[in-house]
Design a binder for this molecule. Structure first.
Ligand SMILES: NC(=O)c1ccc[n+]([C@@H]2O[C@H](COP(=O)([O-])OP(=O)(O)OC[C@H]3O[C@@H](n4cnc5c(N)ncnc54)[C@H](O)[C@@H]3O)[C@@H](O)[C@H]2O)c1
Length: 249
């Protein structure tokens, strides 16, 4: 397992799925955690785990709001004194044929999947600059480079996020802040629960993954934690596929 050695990590969208798995993995790797989400579910396993950990704080946070980012940065610095890593994981996916996708749905996905990532990178920059560096991991998607029915708006936001990740790397490298992305294939989370029950989805999407299965959230979290760690000190500006072979089939 990659080691985080008391690094202070912010994880957005930490209340479920990949974000929750990443939050737990950060703690297991010896990191300290500011876990944020717009929708914490009372009594959930992740909420209980965070509230019982002396190394974690939990924050209410809409990643599409600048002022909400200011509060997250202030709370993290007030609690832990520094920010070593940011995982821009919060995301929205609304699967619909393009002709049935409303502008509001487009905007919702763009606000979280692109604007939220931009705001997050900008928000952590001053603290990381001051302390001499840091690492950012954006959770992109294989759908940013490979295309499926009903996903045009989502794919556009994830392509934007993938491009942003690589371009942000160029601006931040001079400050010793690494910026990378992960591109998961299909992962068993709330985002895909309904889809994974549909035989046509299994046939048309899952069977396109060379491994012929969806990932567990921890299989993505492991890679995110590696990219945050010093073991990845020379990995910069990549969007790493973590997709069971989806994007080369
Ligand atoms: N599940 C998959 O198959 C898959 C594949 C590729 C990429 N992804 C990406 O992984 C990331 C995590 O998704 P997941 O699959 O764990 O889904 P999920 O729905 O389980 O988790 C997403 C989390 O983001 C939070 N969120 C949504 N809008 C927010 C906002 N405005 N501010 C703060 N938090 C917000 C939700 O409350 C939720 O807890 C997303 O960026 C998603 O696009 C998922």
């Amino acid at each position: 397992m990659s080691e985080l050695n008391n690094k202070i990590i912010i994880v957005t969208g930490a209340a479920s799925g990949i974000g929750a798995a990443t939050a737990l993995e950060v703690l297991a790797a010896g990191g300290k955690l500011a876990a944020s989400d717009i929708n914490w579910i009372p009594g959930s396993h992740i909420l209980n785990s965070l509230e019982s950990s002396p190394k974690a704080i939990r924050l209410d946070h809409d990643v599409s709001q600048t002022t909400a980012w200011n509060r997250v940065i202030d709370s993290t610095l007030a609690t832990f004194g520094r920010i070593d890593g940011l995982v821009n994981n919060a995301g929205r996916a609304i699967a619909k044929p393009l002709e049935e996708t409303s502008f509001e749905q487009w905007q919702t996905m763009a606000d979280v999947n692109v604007k939220g990532v931009f705001l997050g990178c900008r928000a952590v920059h001053p603290a990381m600059l001051k302390q001499g560096g840091g690492a950012i991991v954006n959770v992109v998607s294989a759908a940013g480079i490979q295309y499926f029915p009903n996903m045009a708006a989502y794919s556009a936001t994830k392509s934007g996020c993938a491009s942003f990740t690589r371009a942000a790397m160029i601006d931040f490298a001079k400050d010793n802040i690494r910026v990378n992305g992960v591109m998961p294939g299909t992962v068993k989370t709330g985002m895909t629960t309904d889809l994974l029950d549909l035989p046509e989805f299994v046939e048309s999407v899952i069977n396109k993954h060379a491994l012929k299965r969806a990932a567990e959230p921890a299989e993505i979290a492991n890679v995110i934690v590696f990219l945050l760690s010093d073991e990845a000190s020379y990995v910069n500006g990549i969007n790493m596929p973590v997709d069971g072979g989806l994007t080369i089939t």
